[in-house]
Design a protein around this ligand. Sequence first.
Ligand code: M6R
Length: 366
Amino acid sequence: ELGPYNHFMQKEIHEQPRAISDTIEALIDDGAFRTELFGVEAADIFSQIDSVLILAAGTSYYAGLTAKYWLESIARIPTSVEIASEYRYRESVPNPKQLIVTISQSGETLDTMEALKHAQKLGHTHSLAICNVQESAIPRASSLVFYTRAGAEIGVASTKAFTTQLIALFVLAVTLAKERGLLSPAQELAYLSDLRQVTGSVQIALNLEPQIREWAKQFGDKEHALFLGRGVHFPIAMEGALKLKEISYIHAEAYPAGELKHGPLALVDSNMPVVVIAPNDVLLEKVKSNMQEVKARGGQLFVFADADSHFNASEGVHVIRTPRHVGVLSPILHVIPVQLLAYHAALLKGTDVDKPRNLAKSVTVE
Ligand code: M6R
């Protein structure tokens, strides 16, 4: 079942090009974004909503945080993202015009299910489930459903489910933009072309594995690590930190790089590896100056920079070049190297990669 791989997590990381292209194929019909792929009632529901509330847990929550950038910038629709276990117990202000989007690989996560029921009890009638398991509990309770095509995910650490969730959420943002009359034909073609390129870029990112394995050697004896990103790459930094914690048991935290000076900079010394997601986007110059703050304190920087970042290695600054960044889909390819880094760090630690201690694949208890 594992083929040439040693663990399901490694296999699932490498299955991502396939999982992503299968998911894209399910979403893009005849080379256009079609609303009905989210359900027969989708056009009706999408025309009534004025905002989006995303509810999810763990890695699926980070997919939601990434989607917020796309939903607000592409579809211009106000979006909030909330951890399901928090939302279900707090007093919130319901808005019946809000679309509730749940994201869950398993479709059985109790907190997410209960958060959806809570929203429904408050009067929210429009809901969309993004899920990887057919006919599971959360899609059954939702008005609209989109199933990602990641295939069965066995490793407790979610990998291919995450990247396919991102594809579905990106297509949701573009589809909502189209429904709202915000998408020109030229822009639609440009987004389609971005989607067509992403599979190849993910494959190129996977080919970085030997270099990442070398880097991992510098994490094997560490107890802490920091992950930095800005903008749409901040949720990717969070996902990288979660992966490392989950399977290598190294304590890792993620910060938006601009927050460093507001506290976490005090932690930085030569024993603190700092991983930076730094592709060439509008925030790159800001990220570079944040890296300078780390370097000046003797921190070891491990930077994922793309071909356009113009960032060179120097004393204490290690650089791996990710493929030229694919526009707005950049988070999808930049999560690949942090998944691989966590995997190889865990191998060095000798942990049970596919079944890390204290964790379950599907969390159906509170
Ligand atoms: O099945 P779900 O997507 O609802 O699961 C949510 C989280 O439990 C899950 O993403 C968890 O954080 C993973 N172990 C992360 O790798």
